[in-house]
Ligand binder design. Structure first.
Ligand code: HEC
Ligand code: HEC
Length: 457
């Protein structure tokens, strides 16, 4: 780590010298944007080809599945899905020899690496590694860790808490731990989802997501929100990651998480979070390291890891499970929890020109049980993607979470406050009210089968 740190800080110093010497005073690098600017794209989404096959019982797929897609790799086994090589034996990798973007094992090492004060962690943060919140069965899984989000709402405007809507619950100095203001009465928890199989999700074309949306009955139709891709050319893309579908790419999410969950800045996120509005970054007694604390290698490594993970595998498929899935389809759960989606063809340019769908992830069938769209099922947490009028509608909405890997979780819904599958289903109202009431009207054995199906995912 020491070696890397030296390299990073000398790069940062060189970087700032170059900035001072070469750039005219007004010049702005793409990453030197205000938070609001960063979340507004400058160009419409790029076309990503025609929609690919998806399956919702009773709703015809818009296109045939030609050439036939292969199933995505599934497994809880810490093995690559083929996007990156497996790499050196995991146990031989350490802080000094790790090369974050060399292989799955290297990338997994940085995803698990515990940061410490003086090495970039903080000054305010939520946990010390990505894996602290994303590990269950294997690295990258979901966990019970929740984060706090707060602010307040006046009419049609949401105002974030002074240090941003994400409240960091830890700090490297006692006096700068964030506290929630009594007036910030819009409050929620958000639980940590899995990142397993997210590389396939990233490779679903925008056109497939909008085709799913358009196929949904009007009363249940999802919302596809375009968000900027931070590493791209400024063009937008349909968000699909996070409870609000607030990001479209894994590099963007990783850079966002690195600074907001761990306090490590990188070229895409150069500003340390404030402590309830108080600047605690480099130059104050709280932060010894200049930005960026990561030169971008770690962020690329996190994205490589997530892109290389397999999707969660199914549990045993019994007769009850099969019958349960039939009922799940019949009562309309699959309208949003879409069982089957095919990813874009290899070679498709996505993420504002920053990523090309690779062979390992392209034209693959995934069974996520999600449409990755936002819905109002009466559980909205009151917090929009960004505190801007154009995103206000998202305060009432939550993304349909993929149900793959559901059997590994026992705290459900965005806030983790539903303890059983049945509790989660009974919280479905609004756009899902009909499906929930159909579930309630099922015979006890049909209900048990639906629950058995859910527990096979
Ligand atoms: C303190 C816990 C915590 C830490 C540490 C953390 N995350 Fe997360 N992660 C979350 C939570 C909570 C969410 C959902 C946030 C939301 O939508 O508001 C999330 C969501 C995600 C998602 C979206 C997954 C999906 O499919 O929707 C990705 C990707 C992700 N995190 C990657 C990372 C990476 C990479 C790191 C390390 C740099 C990291 N996270 C560190 C808690 C954490
Ligand atoms: C209109 C779209 C829609 C329909 C229809 C729908 N859901 Fe959902 N489902 C959602 C959304 C959105 C969430 C997340 C809500 C939240 O976290 O607040 C969700 C969450 C869940 C969860 C919790 C998953 C997790 O990761 O915590 C389960 C389980 C679930 N749904 C099962 C069902 C079942 C069973 C049905 C049919 C009775 C159903 N859903 C119908 C949209 C839908």
């Amino acid at each position: 780590m020491k070696k890397i740190l030296l390299r990073k800080s000398s790069l940062a110093i060189l970087g700032s010298l170059a900035l001072v010497c070469v750039l005219p005073a007004q010049a702005k690098l793409p990453y030197l944007k205000t938070k609001a600017e960063r979340f507004l794209s400058t160009a419409p989404a790029r076309p990503e080809g025609p929609p690919k096959m998806f399956f919702i019982e009773g709703i015809t797929a818009p296109v045939p599945n030609q050439p036939a897609s292969l199933p995505a790799k599934a497994g809880f086994d810490n093995l690559t899905n083929g996007y990156s090589p497996q790499g050196p034996e995991f146990d031989t990798i350490d802080e000094d020899n790790v090369e974050p973007t060399r292989s799955f094992n290297d990338a997994r090492f940085v995803f698990e690496e515990v940061e410490a004060s003086g090495k970039g962690l903080g000054p305010i943060y939520n946990a010390q590694s990505c894996a602290a919140c994303h590990q269950n069965v294997v690295t990258g899984g979901a966990s019970q860790v929740t984060v706090q989000r707060t602010g307040h709402t006046e009419g049609d405007m949401f105002f974030e808490s002074q240090g941003g809507s994400l409240i960091q619950s830890r700090a490297t100095y006692a006096e700068i731990v964030e506290h929630v203001a009594d007036t910030d009465e819009t409050r929620t928890f958000r639980i940590s989802p899995a990142a397993l199989g997210d590389g396939y999700v990233e490779c679903i074309s925008d056109s497939t997501l909008t085709a799913i949306r358009d196929a949904q009955p009007e009363s249940q139709r999802g919302t596809a929100i375009e968000v900027p891709v931070l590493e791209g050319d400024g063009s937008a893309r349909i968000g699909r990651f996070g409870w609000k579908a607030q990001h479209a790419s894994l590099v963007s999410f990783a850079a966002d998480a690195y600074v907001n969950e761990m306090g490590v800045t990188s070229p895409l996120f150069m500003d340390e979070s404030t402590s309830s509005g108080l600047f605690v970054g480099y130059g104050t007694e709280y932060d010894p390291l200049p930005e960026p604390e990561d030169d971008g290698d770690d962020v690329e490594g996190f994205a490589l890891f997530m892109r290389s993970t397999k999707v969660p595998p199914r549990g045993p498929i019994t007769t009850e499970v099969r019958n349960g899935e039939k009922r799940f389809n019949q009562i309309g759960c699959a309208v949003c929890h879409v069982s089957k989606i095919v990813t874009a063809y290899p070679g498709t340019v996505i993420n504002g020109g920053a990523f090309v769908v690779p062979n390992a992830l392209g034209n693959k069938t995934i069974k996520p049980y999600s449409d990755f769209l936002l819905h109002d099922i009466g559980t909205g947490d009151g917090i929009p993607i960004q505190p801007l009028p154009e995103f206000f509608g998202t305060s009432r909405q939550i993304k349909t979470p993929p149900l793959w890997g559901l059997r590994t979780r026992n705290r459900l819904m965005h806030d983790g406050l539903s303890f059983t599958y049945q509790d989660a289903i009974l919280r479905h109202a609004g756009q899902a009210a009909d499906a929930a009431s159909q579930f309630s009207s099922l015979s006890p054995s049909d209900k048990a089968n639906v629950l058995a199906f859910l527990n096979s995912l």
